[in-house]
Design a protein around this ligand. Structure first.
Ligand code: SF4
Length: 409
């Protein structure tokens, strides 16, 4: 797993020179007040807003940075934790919350990253906008202590809004930060923070960006599916989950069907070598995104569709007789490429059915479809009689199948 404490994640924006303090910054009111509490003591603060595919700025990160600096006088950069976060999510050492949310390890990761930044940029401490007791688990006194201990930030991490209820940090003991100008807020209520905001002239403040998708039960279930078998999904797979109906065929893969024009456009923008896109050739209808997961041969073997190796000369997707796989049993692949094509075939067939079902072609017995994957593209004819397992996905055609005609480019 990536050790985030040893290297700084990719940063968007330019940090200020030698900040006194690094502030973990959600952009919600509490983080604004925490950063300003330090600035009001004459210290310089570099705010850091962390993003992953589950909590991000929705592509408006640059705007958010500019807005926070202009509106609140807080310089902010954005740090992308996508890679280590996706890895950690496979098996978070401190477990998960109610859904798929690994809150303790998420906070540990942010603090570890902030510690690395503080070391690199010369800051003397880290602050957060956490308020004691505001969240049922991660902001409990004992959990906050564990997070501090396990992130290696003991004495180095200050929560200005609840500082008077927590042990004194080294920064306060040394007089670097004046404890008397900090606060003793606690609990879920927001009244004290809102009064302070009014007192400091903070009249407009954003709600924290987006919220965390891992606490959304339906989305969390889909993400859990992508981690089937301990695999770590790519970031593009998480982005696809946000763009349409999810159909799981794990461990072989999954299919996303666009629900409307906006979904289709977003799916199209997520073109990637790992994603095969499928649509009707001559009618409006949904775009399908097909992702093959895991190693092709393993996934196929698990499905019972493919056995590795085999005698040369056997057509991919067919038994030596040339009959479709579904009629004749397991199929033999002769190369990794062939295995990919055969493995993805049931997914393509399923996706074609779904595209048909959600279009004006739903009552047609046959339809022409086109597909694209990276630089490759092709077309095929789907009929209601297409059996499961026929390799309609590309590469070698299946000349002996009367159900499917195909061309590739
Ligand atoms: S809710 Fe999401 S963003 Fe917040 S701590 Fe938990 S995992 Fe991290």
């Amino acid at each position: 797993m990536t050790d985030i404490s040893r290297s700084i994640p990719p940063i968007f924006g330019t940090p200020i020179a030698r900040p006194d303090i690094i502030a973990l910054f959600s952009s919600g009111l509490d983080s604004i007040l925490a950063a300003q509490a330090i600035q009001r003591q004459g210290l310089s603060v570099q705010a850091v807003h962390f993003i992953t595919p589950f909590f991000d700025g929705g592509g408006r990160e640059a705007h958010l940075c500019a807005h926070i600096r202009k509106q609140y006088g807080i310089p902010m950069v954005i740090a992308d934790l996508t890679t280590p976060f996706l890895e950690m999510l496979a098996d978070p050492p401190h477990g998960r919350g109610r859904h798929f949310n690994p809150c303790v390890d998420c906070k540990l990761m942010m603090l570890a990253a902030a510690r690395a930044m503080a070391a690199a940029w010369g800051a003397r401490g880290i602050v957060t906008g956490e308020v004691l007791g505001q969240r049922p688990f991660s902001q409990r006194r004992d959990t906050m202590r564990i997070i501090e201990r396990d992130s290696g930030t003991e004495g180095f991490l200050l929560r200005p809004l609840s500082a008077l209820l927590l042990p004194e940090t080294e920064m306060e003991k040394s007089g670097f930060i004046n404890r008397e100008q900090l606060f003793g807020f606690s609990g879920r209520g927001r009244k004290a923070q809102m009064e302070l905001a009014e007192q400091w002239g903070v009249t407009e403040y954003p709600t924290p960006a987006g919220g965390c998708l891992l606490t959304d039960p339906a989305f969390a279930d889909r993400v859990r599916e992508l981690y089937t078998g301990g695999r770590v999904p790519a970031a593009v797979e998480i982005e696809l989950l946000k763009c349409g109906r999810f159909h799981s065929f794990m461990p072989a893969g999954f299919v996303i069907i666009g629900r409307n024009r906006s979904d289709n456009q977003r799916l199209e923008a997520l073109a990637d070598d790992r994603v095969r896109q499928l649509r009707l050739a001559d009618l409006p209808g949904p775009l399908a995104a097909i992702v093959l997961t895991g190693t092709p041969a393993a996934a196929a073997a698990e499905q019972g569709d493919v056995k590795p190796g085999g005698a040369p000369g056997t057509g991919a997707g067919t038994e030596p007789t040339g009959k479709p796989a579904a009629e004749t049993g397991p199929v033999t692949a002769h190369s990794p490429e062939a295995a990919v094509e055969i493995t993805i075939a049931p997914l393509v067939t399923a996706a074609a059915r779904l595209v048909m079902a959600h279009s004006r072609a739903k009552d047609r017995p046959t339809a022409d479809l086109i597909w694209r994957q990276g630089k490759r593209h092709g077309s095929f004819t789907w009929t209601a009689a297409t059996p499961q397992g026929v390799p309609t996905g590309g590469g070698d055609s299946n000349p002996d199948s009367s159900a499917t005609r195909q061309s590739t480019t």
